[in-house]
Design a protein around this ligand. Structure first.
Ligand SMILES: *Cc1c(COP(=O)(O)O)cnc(C)c1O
Length: 397
């Protein structure tokens, strides 16, 4: 006789629990069973003492949260379905009607778009500031400022700010300071201990989509903190918004995380080789790579990241003004190994041309360059092959 439907669900066999292997098991759940009603009534969503519902944590997500908190030098972590969702959790948790958020003029574009869209609709105002001028930030902090975003380096244009000075400006006014730490990835510097005195940001947001994933195949974000009360405030918003991550995606992250140091350093080495080489080409007016002398904020990178000597695999170049947008488009289209695509941190090298004029508020900072900007994300291919690819595409300009 075949097993009944009940037997297929409530089967008596239980595998031995002492299974240990390099990669942790994947736990998938919406429902989590409680042993009795008293345990159900006593459920606690705040900590990691037990499980209440799949959305609020499983062994798989708890493990990933703890490892990511450790990666960034924090104590608590929340997982969001994308880096942008992690940014949104922070904004929606800390801001309400009448409040203001300050965002660097060179910040990750969708963070600015969230402020101009949903936040504005909810009666939350935003202002941009010049990330390279801490006095400009200090002057813009008002009674209504509840959150300041910082980012190092600036998205696309790669200026490296004086992070300790920006954090000090926030601390002086008691305003929460959140860092988009996707570039630093917890590897280039410790966001919670910026100058070696235990002082740092309040919140570090990380698009795990980039280096921690490393595959170009997972979208996820994290919100890491060191303060329990702040974490619980963020966690409440995170719960109310119903944000969860899939167990298979968490598993992919857990598999990639042990090699993130190696991959990050390899991306970094190759990017510095190519950026240095491009800087010597007469077609290029300026290389924007914080670890290279002559790039805006290089001295700040040196101070903050000199000890790690790490700088990610990302850089931009500004073409000489004599090249038209069409010529630079032709360069990008001629690349074979570098693919046209957004995001970064995966094995495949990527390229994107940008029109910075459209991305800046001319009242805050003036973009000084005439030529077209192209951003490269260097993957894990042989650097000699990538250089040859750049050379043949430069010849098509
Ligand atoms: C990619 C990125 C994000 C957003 O990550 P997604 O997972 O793509 O939403 C946020 N900040 C920075 C600096 C990024 O590069």
């Amino acid at each position: 006789m075949s097993a009944s439907a009940t037997d297929l669900i409530h089967h008596s066999y239980v595998p031995p629990s002492s299974f240990e292997a390099p990669q942790p098991g994947v736990f998938k759940a919406s429902t989590v069973f409680f042993p009795n009603v008293a345990a159900m009534r006593a459920r606690d969503w705040k900590g990691k003492g037990g499980y209440t519902y799949g959305l609020h944590g499983t062994p798989t997500t708890f493990l990933l949260e703890e490892r990511l908190a450790a990666l960034e030098g924090g104590r608590q972590c929340l997982l969001a379905p994308s880096g942008l969702a992690a940014i949104a959790v922070v904004a929606l948790s800390l801001l309400s009607r009448g409040d203001e958020v300050l965002i660097p003029d060179n910040a990750y574009g969708p963070n600015k778009a969230l402020a101009a869209g949903e936040l504005a609709n909810y009666g939350i105002t935003h202002r941009f500031y010049d990330a390279m001028d801490p006095a400009d930030l200090a002057a813009r902090i008002s009674e209504r400022t509840r959150l300041v975003w910082i980012e190092a380096p600036g998205s696309v244009t790669m200026e490296f700010p004086d992070l300790p000075a920006l954090v000090a400006a926030c601390r002086a006014r008691g305003v929460a300071c959140a860092l988009d730490n996707t570039w630093g990835a917890g590897l280039a510097f410790n966001p919670f201990d910026l100058v070696g005195d235990g002082q740092g940001v309040d919140i570090s947001v990380h698009a795990l989509t980039k280096y921690p994933s490393g595959g170009g195949d997972v979208l996820m974000g994290s919100v890491v903190t060191r303060d329990e009360a702040l974490h619980l405030k963020l966690k409440l918003t995170h719960m109310r918004l119903g944000l969860g991550v899939g167990a298979n995606d968490a598993e992919a992250l857990l598999r990639s995380l042990p090699s993130v140091h190696l991959r990050y350093a390899a991306h970094d080495r190759a990017a510095r080789t190519l950026a240095t080489w491009l800087g010597e080409r007469e077609e290029i007016a300026q290389v924007l790579h914080p670890a290279l002398p002559g790039s805006p904020g290089h001295a700040h990178w040196q101070t903050l990241c000199g000890a790690s000597d790490l700088a990610a695999g990302l850089f931009s170049v500004v073409f000489d003004g004599r090249y038209t947008v069409e010529a630079v488009d032709r360069f990008c289209d001629s690349l074979r190994l570098f693919k046209l695509g957004y995001s970064w941190g995966g094995p495949v090298s990527l390229v994107v041309p940008y029109d910075i004029g459209l991305m800046r508020d001319p009242g805050i900072t003036r973009w000084p360059h005439k030529g077209t900007l192209v951003r490269f994300s260097v993957g894990l291919e042989c650097v000699e092959d990538l250089q040859a690819d750049l050379a043949q595409a430069l010849a098509k300009l």
